[in-house]
Design a protein around this ligand. Structure first.
Ligand SMILES: [Zn+2]
Length: 140
């Protein structure tokens, strides 16, 4: 998907995040998460959480999608749609917020949209979810 006019197809991104959620591997927590991550040029990358019997090895849907984006050569995020079944829809965890920040040159311009199959949604900027975040600029 690419949005030549600069506007993302919101309904399609919600559907894509929900579809990615259906592919999650979460036999331990049963907490399935799907993501549709929009790179700066409009390319969309799916992600789903992948758990492991050694719980600490599990990876969240958001970081899964970021890894796929990076492997495709992209380095900046425009929006992230996160699908869960919770009400209200769940936000990205702290580790994922930090990971998203790494690829957000302007965190105030990155939209984070949380949705569920019931049609509920909440939206923030990444800057609102991780204020005063740690970035590479602070490494000197
Ligand atoms: Zn996470």
């Amino acid at each position: 998907m690419s949005a030549a006019d600069g506007r993302d197809d919101d309904a399609a991104l919600v559907a894509r995040a929900l579809a990615a959620r259906d592919l999650a591997y979460a036999p331990y927590s049963h907490f399935l998460v799907g993501v549709a991550l929009v790179a700066d040029d409009g390319t969309v990358f799916d992600g789903a959480n992948v758990e492991n019997a050694s719980y600490g090895l599990s990876i969240c849907a958001e970081r899964n999608a970021v890894a796929r984006m990076v492997l495709a050569g992209h380095r900046a995020i425009r929006a992230v749609y996160v699908a869960t079944t919770t009400s209200p829809p769940a936000t990205p965890c702290g580790m994922c917020r930090q990971t998203l920040l790494e690829f957000a040159p302007d965190p105030a311009a990155v939209r984070v949209v949380a949705v569920n199959p019931a049609g509920e949604r909440a939206e923030w900027t990444l800057a609102a979810l991780i204020p005063a975040g740690f970035t590479g600029a602070q490494l000197g």
